[in-house]
Design a protein around this ligand. Structure first.
Ligand SMILES: NC(=O)c1ccc[n+]([C@@H]2O[C@H](COP(=O)([O-])OP(=O)(O)OC[C@H]3O[C@@H](n4cnc5c(N)ncnc54)[C@H](O)[C@@H]3O)[C@@H](O)[C@H]2O)c1
Length: 360
């Protein structure tokens, strides 16, 4: 087994690279600290890639920054998250819970982040019904909870996949683009559940005045991403660390843009704390749309030893029949509304990610 696959949650806490990221994140969110002071958060999908950074940020803020500590209820059923329990403390309470069941709590909730989901094509192909359910039934339960608790804000992590395979006239893709999504294709269980999840959110704003926001992340990557997640970047790095050729599905001409995790988390909190009720925001990095082939070359260059690239037949219909050709965000809406510009370029972010994979 590759060394990096042995990473456990305890290793994540011990990671120098992640620690640096969390310190930077807290610094960059300094102007938002009043929203964290003494507040109660509920986070679903807390055991996942984004959830982990959110939990580590909470822990850091409580330990070093906030005068009045925040508290948080953290939910995950670990269908794809790390099996280890998230360490609870007196302020952060982890509960194993499947959000397709209603969740009851006596606690007040100020902010609710619904980040549970099954995002990797390999996993949503394995669990298509669970994928639909978490995006639809799970979102409904969380909206009902948000309504009952009269939250200050509710954030749904939708996806850039709501755009499907966009017409090239709409790349970079703005929020106003309605999408080009197959209703029944191999990706529909994910794409359509995120689309309907957003419909529910905006309806709860229109009908019940639940102050919802939706974010549509575009390919977030960084330390803490599950090494066996099969998304393109961790897949390349895993192969490179094993000194095996990097497998490109097909011709590698599909393009993507990549957003470093710190930028994504900063945007998530800026949107959560904003007054943009009922609005959807692309979050990502428009810096450079690069092809999968170029990405492989980036990874090759980031390694201290030579690594080869191979082209293989896509292992599954989710890639061969329906892989979007282009994916690049227009983030002018979030930039304008939140005054935010991504801070991490691909070269820096990739170096940090490779360094994390190499930490033991
Ligand atoms: N990372 C990205 O690039 C990206 C891009 C677009 C959208 N998103 C969305 O952002 C959210 C977080 O993404 P991530 O990369 O952290 O994904 P992830 O797979 O690492 O984490 C999601 C977590 O949700 C949990 N989960 C799934 N179903 C659940 C259920 N029914 N009840 C409770 N927990 C459940 C999983 O166990 C996992 O720990 C997801 O909703 C995803 O769809 C992520």
């Amino acid at each position: 087994m590759a060394k990096s696959k042995k990473k456990s949650r305890e290793d994540l806490y011990g990671s120098k690279i992640i620690q640096e990221d969390i310190v930077q994140l807290a610094k960059h969110l300094k102007d938002q600290l009043k929203h964290f002071e003494g507040k109660t958060f509920l986070v679903t999908g807390a055991g996942g890639f984004l959830g982990n950074y959110i939990v580590l940020l909470f822990r850091y803020l409580n330990k070093y920054v906030l005068k009045k500590k925040l508290s948080a209820v953290l939910l995950d059923n670990f269908i794809t998250g790390y099996e280890q329990h998230i360490l609870s403390d007196e302020n952060l309470t982890f509960q194993k819970h499947n959000v397709i069941e209603p969740f009851k709590t006596d606690k007040k909730i100020d902010y609710l982040i619904h980040a549970a989901g099954i995002a990797s094509p390999v996993y949503y192909t394995k669990f298509p019904v669970e994928t639909m359910d978490v995006g639809t039934i799970g979102t409904r339960h969380m909206l009902d909870l948000a309504r009952e608790k009269k939250v200050k804000s509710f954030l749904f992590t939708s996806s850039s996949e709501v755009y499907g395979d966009p017409d090239s006239k709409f790349v970079p893709t703005p929020e106003t683009y309605f999408g080009n999504v197959s209703i029944t294709g191999p990706r529909a269980c994910y794409d359509e559940s995120k689309r309907f999840g957003e419909t529910m959110c905006v309806t709860y704003w229109n009908v019940y005045r639940v102050p919802v926001k939706m974010v549509r992340p575009f390919n977030v990557y960084g330390p803490g991403i599950r090494p066996d997640d099969y998304r393109v970047l961790p897949n390349f790095i895993e192969h490179a660390l094993r000194k095996e050729p990097l497998p490109i599905h097909g011709d590698g001409r599909n393009t993507r843009s990549f957003c470093y995790i710190n930028d994504a988390i900063e945007m998530i909190f800026r949107v959560l704390f904003s007054k943009a009720h009922g609005e959807s925001f692309n979050i990502g990095n428009p810096e450079k749309e690069i092809s999968v082939e170029e990405l492989a070359q980036y990874v090759v260059k980031a390694m201290p030893y030579p690594v080869k690239i191979v082209h293989i037949d896509p292992p599954h219909a989710v890639y061969s029949k329906s892989d979007p050709k282009r994916r690049c965000p227009d983030i002018s809406k979030v930039q304008k509304a939140m005054g935010f510009k991504p801070r991490y370029g691909l070269k820096d972010g990739l170096a940090r990610t490779v360094a994390w994979f190499q930490e033991s």
